[in-house]
Design a protein around this ligand. Structure first.
Ligand SMILES: NC(=O)c1ccc[n+]([C@@H]2O[C@H](COP(=O)([O-])OP(=O)(O)OC[C@H]3O[C@@H](n4cnc5c(N)ncnc54)[C@H](O)[C@@H]3O)[C@@H](O)[C@H]2O)c1
Length: 352
């Protein structure tokens, strides 16, 4: 079978540590082109690819000069939508890193480009492929949880600011701080388990207290390049409440830095029959049996889900697999996040 011709746009942390190694392991794919706005990134990245590739500093030129089956968008957030739309319009399928986009209008433009091109567009939702997520999906499908009517999710770091001073902490390039960076992971997972309910209103508060902190105790803060005396105009903590059309709700809390005991990430949902929490990837079920309250720990493997998500995307392209994600979910996600920021600024609940 002829290999699929793949390009990677943005040769930074996630492309180097995650996308490229996974693509190199796959029989089906051949990385034929790479693009980074910073020319110094190209030769070292080509070396990691392991064979000569076409190298570009402008994705538009790359799309004009190459015939690609698939483009992985691994750039900072502010160009996700622009590059994804251009790649779709050039006839390539697209796997874009999270977050989907910076604004609802950008996410709508991605949907329009997907629809007019007839190509596949997926945005990274690696946590949907945690081993714990498989177990939870089965329990929900078997009716064991009952209606999941409310819950909480978050990723709260003690000190874990990615690339301070660089694009991650510059609102115009990231769209925001931990709310958009980390919220996309676990708000998505909670909503995915709840069956993608329609968000109708959000209320939130944001804070920025640690822009001068240089301490880090999180492996995750290794992402992004730091910049001395750079910009830090995003929040470092966000809390909020999302209301859904059917009366269900979700509390959220995301921080890159706050004075807590230790870093944790979690999705905790309450079902009528059973609740559960995925807490730092460990799954516990909360129920009632024979007149007793039960806590059941489920032993699940640890994986970050990226490998399975990338394989799933290629299964969608080549085997007709039903995509686990649709850009309409991305539109709702970005609307929620932006409304959260608006609520924090205006001090009132925002209707979507
Ligand atoms: N799914 C996850 O768990 C996960 C983890 C980390 C990062 N990410 C996402 O991946 C994306 C990249 O993050 P990162 O940590 O790799 O950042 P990074 O700063 O390490 O890398 C980004 C790269 O993109 C390049 N770039 C910037 N603008 C460009 C453009 N217009 N065209 C081509 N290249 C351009 C930069 O020069 C840099 O090399 C972000 O959107 C981030 O949210 C996802």
């Amino acid at each position: 079978m002829k290999k699929l011709s793949v390009a990677i746009v943005g040769c930074g942390g996630i492309a180097t540590n995650t996308h490229l190694p996974i693509l190199k392991e796959m029989e089906l794919t051949d990385v034929t082109a790479i693009c980074d706005i910073n020319p110094a990134k190209l030769a070292p990245f080509e070396e990691k690819v392991g064979h000569p590739v076409e190298k570009f500093t402008d994705y538009r030129e790359m799309l004009k000069k190459t015939k690609l089956d698939s483009v992985h968008v691994c750039t900072p957030n502010y160009v996700h939508a622009e590059i994804s739309c251009a790649a779709l319009d050039a006839g390539a399928n697209v796997l874009c890193e999270k977050p989907d986009a910076m604004t609802g209008a950008e996410a709508e433009a991605m949907k329009a480009a997907r629809d007019r091109s007839g190509k596949v567009l997926m945005v990274m939702r690696n946590n949907r492929f945690l081993d714990a997520s498989d177990v939870v999906r089965s329990l929900i499908a078997e009716g064991k949880t009952g209606e999941l009517y409310t819950g909480r999710c978050g990723w709260i770091r003690r000190r874990g600011i990615p690339g301070a001073g660089g694009w991650f902490t510059t609102k115009a390039q990231s769209g925001g701080g931990p709310l958009i960076d980390l919220g996309v992971h676990f708000i998505d997972l909670a909503m995915h388990f709840m069956g993608s309910p329609k968000p109708v209103a959000v209320s939130g508060c944001t804070y920025r207290k640690f822009q001068n902190s240089t301490i880090s105790d999180s492996v995750h803060s290794a992402f992004g390049e730091k910049k001395e005396n750079g910009t830090f105009d995003v929040e470092d903590l966000a809390i909020g409440l999302i209301r859904f059309a059917d009366g269900r709700s979700l509390q959220i809390e995301f921080s890159w830095a706050s004075n807590i005991e230790q870093e944790m990430n979690f999705v905790e949902l309450r079902g009528e029959k059973m609740g559960f929490s995925i807490h730092n990837d460990a799954l516990t079920l909360y129920g009632e049996e024979g007149g007793h309250l039960t806590n059941t720990t489920v032993r699940v493997g640890q994986n970050f889900g990226h490998m399975r998500y990338i394989h799933h995307y290629y299964d969608v392209l080549t085997k007709g697999a039903k995509p686990i994600y649709d850009i309409t979910e991305g539109i709702d996600m970005i609307r929620i996040l932006n409304a959260m920021y608006e609520s924090a600024e205006t001090g009132r609940e925002i209707r979507l």
